[in-house]
Ligand binder design. Structure first.
Ligand code: CDP
Ligand code: CDP
Length: 224
């Protein structure tokens, strides 16, 4: 059997990264790792404790007494914050709006990247995030930078929310996504950007299946 490879999928919010990464991981029998969940988990704790998100020191102190764990299961990835299952709790708009400020702290990023590399060690993984190809797994055999227009991405999140019984106005979602894209791209510490060796995939007019097929084809070429 060929040795398993690492697949890095980066890009802005609602480009389709996690949906497609999960399909690809399942087809290859690899572990799917959603790194955004880690930044969301520490943000949830910061919000619950009312810590000052702008302070690198407060974020660092919070990290010292926080345990974050991702557990891949048959039913998908579970996220634990201090041994409590927060898989659902980290998806609220409240957390989504605050996460980019928390994720900009270099101390937070260093700790998360360490955990992400541990999770990927010695196994086939499909990891999605913002800095996977550029920083977390620079040696990944396949790097994809996935994007779509901001209008399409907001529409997708609108549908996601609606399916979960949440009615957020489309314009509010588009503004939130645009703000997050800007903050993630302009931060100093490992910003969102396409790695020089990544393949660009515009999913605006692709179905989920078409996008997954494209990545599977690229993965198979690297597994030969
Ligand atoms: O699912 P969605 O695209 O809305 O976001 P996510 O992947 O859960 O990531 C939430 C936030 O975490 C992003 O907007 C980034 O601020 C941060 N993040 C990051 O900085 N680096 C990563 N590798 C993953 C996420
Ligand atoms: O992980 P990321 O934030 O990049 O996006 P996602 O949560 O995987 O995708 C956001 C939504 O767009 C999901 O409901 C997907 O089913 C949908 N999607 C789509 O309609 N068409 C695609 N080509 C990719 C994703």
């Amino acid at each position: 059997m060929t040795n398993p490879i690492q697949i890095a999928i980066d890009g802005p919010a609602a480009a389709g990264k996690s949906t497609i990464a999960k399909i690809v991981a399942e087809q290859l029998g690899y572990t799917y790792i959603d790194t955004g969940a880690m930044y969301r988990a520490i943000t949830l704790k910061a919000l619950n404790e009312g810590i000052n998100m702008a302070s690198n020191e407060e974020a660092g102190e919070l990290l010292l007494r926080t345990e974050i764990d991702l557990q891949p299961t048959e039913a998908g990835q579970l996220v634990f914050l201090d041994n409590e299952d927060v898989t659902e709790a980290i998806r609220t708009q409240h957390v989504t709006k605050a996460v980019s400020e928390m994720a900009a702290h270099s101390l937070v990023r260093e700790r998360m990247v360490e955990l992400q590399r541990q999770l990927a060690e010695g196994r086939g993984v499909v990891m999605d995030g913002r800095d996977i190809g550029t920083h977390v797994l620079p040696e990944a055999a396949l790097k994809v930078y996935m994007s779509a227009t901001v209008e399409e991405r907001a529409r997708r999140r609108y549908d996601d929310n609606k399916n979960r019984g949440i009615d957020t106005p489309l314009a509010e979602l588009q503004a939130e996504i645009a703000t997050r894209d800007k903050m993630d791209s302009e931060r100093e510490s490992s910003p969102l950007r396409q790695s020089d060796d990544a393949i660009f995939l515009d999913t605006t007019n692709l179905s989920i299946q078409e996008a997954a097929d494209k990545i599977m084809q690229l993965a198979k070429e690297r597994l030969k």
